[in-house]
Write a protein that binds this ligand. Structure first.
Ligand code: NDP
Ligand code: OXD
Length: 326
């Protein structure tokens, strides 16, 4: 492809729950035309759109964009796009690009360190003692006695592993394909899952939601976590996706003492419905999918760089592998 062989394309941003006018302003700073809706032509299609920046968008939208050249996820997870039937039919060859960005990774690392330290330093028990004005020092294991098991050793899992290692925790990791990471006891695939779980005191899930990972955080999995660990029971932290977990199983495991505590940032249904018993559970800590949100000031310029690289015929970064689904 010769340089500048593709004209500057028009951008559509559709991202429910995000500040799309801010996104649009930043995406358009280099003089690029940005719209929040496809034009309403007679056929219902808008052939002028080359790039779509998407987050929780209505499926059916992509049908209206016959000349789409690149799809950008406005977040690291791409399950909202991979579950859209239109990306397998009319857009089967359109590259999908996900977010990999230093500040998003930093935010996830902050969340992970916060939640791991809270479980490790027995935050829930001390908060309860404070409520009861009860003064009692609890026994405290040291970090090297505790294993944090990280499911997902991608961009976020690797960064979390290195921050937690620096605090002295033992780290185990589990991924789809075998990985070798300094200071991490790495496991992979179906055969590696049980030994990984058996070694884990604090389970941290940073997996994508795919058909292979859906619903895998269930009672049977939680029952395989280390039982005789130094924290008096295993803890779960899920900052990956809600569809990884079966919430009824988490509640059962908590109530039967199989699981000591849980920190959940993501849920089967979001917002978490008011009737969910998770809200009131004394050993569950809830955040509203806030572990690492997408900042247009950081992400929109990275997207524009990729559009420009594409228009110059240069290779793209952070491409989603459609077969793996992430
Ligand atoms: P990556 O694609 O970089 O890494 C994904 C990791 O998961 C890889 O190690 C991969 O294995 C592993 N994996 C995928 N499928 C399987 C499987 N079937 N069995 C075992 N391991 C599997 O993703 P990121 O680290 O960037 O992000 C992870 C997820 O975090 C996102 O998909 C998103 O859902 C979530 N997220 C949540 C946020 C929040 O605010 N709560 C913010 C940002 C992201 P392998 O190494 O073999 O490929
Ligand atoms: C993401 C998220 O995937 O915020 O980036 O969940």
């Amino acid at each position: 492809m010769t340089p500048h062989s593709i004209p500057k394309g028009r951008v559509l941003i559709t991202a429910q729950g995000m500040n799309t006018s801010q996104w649009s302003h930043i995406l358009g700073q280099g003089g690029r035309d940005v719209v929040l809706e496809p034009a309403n032509s007679e056929t219902g299609t808008d052939p002028s759109i080359s790039y779509a920046v998407l987050w929780r968008y209505p499926h059916g939208l992509l049908k209206r964009l016959p000349n789409l050249k690149l799809i950008f996820s406005a977040g690291a997870g791409v399950d909202h796009i991979m579950t859209d039937p239109d990306i397998r039919s009319m857009h089967a060859d359109v590259p999908i690009i996900r977010v990999v960005a230093p500040n998003l990774t930093r935010h996830m690392v902050e969340y992970v360190v916060w939640r791991v330290l809270d479980h490790h330093r027995q935050g829930a028990l001390y908060r309860d003692q404070q409520r009861r004005q009860h003064w009692e020092e609890l026994g405290q294991p040291t970090a090297p006695q505790v294993t944090v098991g990280i499911m997902g050793l991608g961009e976020l899992g690797k960064a979390a592993a290195s921050a937690l290692r620096a605090l002295g925790f033992r780290i185990a990791g589990w991924s789809r394909t075998p990985r070798v990471l300094d200071g991490v006891d790495c496991f992979s695939g179906a055969d590696g899952l049980t030994p990984f779980l058996n070694a884990t005191d604090i389970l941290l899930t940073l997996l994508p939601h795919t058909p292979a990972t859906e619903g895998m955080i269930d009672y049977g999995l939680l029952a395989r976590l280390r039982k005789d660990g130094p924290l008096g029971g295993p803890c779960l932290i899920n900052a990956g996706r809600g569809r990884l977990q079966k919430e009824a199983d988490i509640l059962r495991a908590l109530d039967e003492g199989i699981l000591k505590e849980a920190s959940l940032d993501v849920f089967e249904r979001e917002p978490l419905p008011p009737e969910s018993p998770l809200w009131q559970h004394p050993r569950v800590f809830i955040t509203p999918h806030a572990a690492a949100s997408s900042d247009p000031n950081e992400l929109a310029p990275l997207m524009v760089e990729q559009m420009e690289a594409f228009e110059r015929g240069e290779p793209l970064k952070n491409l989603v592998d459609r077969n793996r689904g992430y």
